[in-house]
Design a protein around this ligand. Structure first.
Ligand code: UDP
Length: 369
């Protein structure tokens, strides 16, 4: 049985490499990989760490391409790849343009689709934009829905999708555990952060990531101002692996510039990012994946968004929505830095997102076991 895994961005690669590895160990299954390279550099970092070589690489990234153009190129490119590879099933992950067009191209060929990380909903089609609609388009096409949590399965049920739904846990926890074990066996995988760890020794490190389209513009300027105010405190430092999107860098250059307490660095490969999560006191992020990983490592995460499709972290008390509002961000960061009880309440290492066995559950279902 030929199973075609399709992905194009860093988070999809992180969340699908455990599935590719589990399928490769499943008798009777021949996993194939097609990457769209929607994010070229960030994707390649994950492929290298995970030891995956794509069977097809569409290499579709172009600087500044519109969503229309990206979508059109993905749809035709993925359709052609399917015509060539003739898979028995396609697997897509999450909510990207790659996932949406991969599902649609498979549907046009009547190839069954499995959706990993199914059932995430914010309820607002502009937050996150365009991801909320991307994932909703995949749902009626897929015949297998791998929901990471019971909450996600309930969201699917509200859309009358109950057949083929399996609650598996989120594969990001598999990726985190696998990579953490690799770092434990070979610490050299993450020593690139040693100079920053030494430079910020004794300070409480706030790890920042931001890349959501809906924060581009005013939101990004607010985030930059908040970082400047946080880093004005001597006992705090900001570690900020910056997404390569120019909408992030230009604002940060203009507002933040160079500051002694802020390390603005290139995106980290996955082992180094896990090390950064380990070093930090808290994470300040608009990322989806970081909302799942930080609680698994006992780190509070302040989410710079107004809504989240991951309410489990909010319910568990490990994550809090702070929007892209400078005053709110600064005040919540300093509450966690100064108030030990507030910090302890959020830092409970309770992880509602999975147990690290999601990929093997998914492989069993795919293989029909
Ligand atoms: N990540 C990484 N290096 C970085 C920043 C993030 O490897 O410098 C990882 C992080 O661990 C998480 C994923 O990238 O698994 C999140 O990706 P992103 O924030 O781009 O997308 P989202 O999760 O919001 O879809």
């Amino acid at each position: 049985m030929k199973i075609l895994l399709i992905f194009g961005t860093r988070p999809e690669a992180i969340k699908l490499f455990p599935v590719a590895r589990a399928l490769a160990e499943t008798p009777g299954v021949d996993p194939l990989i097609c990457v769209t390279a929607q994010h070229r550099g960030l994707l390649d970092q994950v492929l290298a760490i995970a030891g995956l070589t794509p069977d097809v690489d569409l290499d579709l990234m172009e600087p500044g391409q519109t969503l229309d153009r990206l979508t059109a190129r993905l749809l035709t490119g993925l359709g052609e790849a399917m015509d060539r590879l003739k898979p028995d099933r396609v697997i897509v992950q999450g909510d990207t343009a790659t996932a949406m067009t991969g599902a649609l191209a498979a549907y046009y060929r009547r190839i069954p689709v499995a959706h990993v990380e199914a059932g995430l909903r914010s309820g607002n089609i502009y937050h996150p934009w365009p991801e909320e609609v991307n994932r909703r388009i995949v749902a009626p096409i897929a015949d297998l829905h791998f929901a990471p949590t019971a909450t996600a399965a309930e969201a699917l049920a509200r859309e009358n999708i109950t057949a083929g739904v399996h609650v598996t846990g989120n594969t990001v926890i598999d990726a985190l555990q696998w990579t953490s074990a690799r770092i434990a066996a070979d610490p050299a995988l993450a020593t690139g952060l040693d100079p920053i760890a030494a430079r910020f020794a004794g300070k409480k490190i706030v790890l920042v990531t931001t890349h959501r389209r809906e924060n581009f513009g005013d939101g990004m300027a607010n985030i930059a101002n908040a970082i400047a105010r946080i880093a004005a405190h001597d006992d705090v430092a900001v570690l900020f692996p910056m997404h390569p999107n120019p909408n992030v860098g230009a604002v940060m250059d203009a507002i933040l510039g160079d500051r002694p307490n802020v390390a603005r660095i290139d995106p980290l490969d996955y082992p180094h990012f896990i090390r950064a999560l380990g070093l930090c006191h808290l994470a300040l992020s608009d990322s989806g994946g970081v909302q799942e990983e930080a609680p698994a490592l006992g780190k509070p995460v302040l989410v710079m968004r107004d809504t989240t499709e991951r309410p489990e972290g909010i319910a568990a008390g490990t994550a809090r929505l702070v929007g892209a509002d400078a005053d709110r961000i600064v005040s919540e960061v300093f509450t966690l830095i100064n108030d030990k009880a507030a910090y302890a309440a959020m830092a409970r290492a309770h992880n509602p997102f999975g147990d690290g066995q999601a990929a093997s559950r998914i492989a069993r279902v795919i293989a029909g076991g």
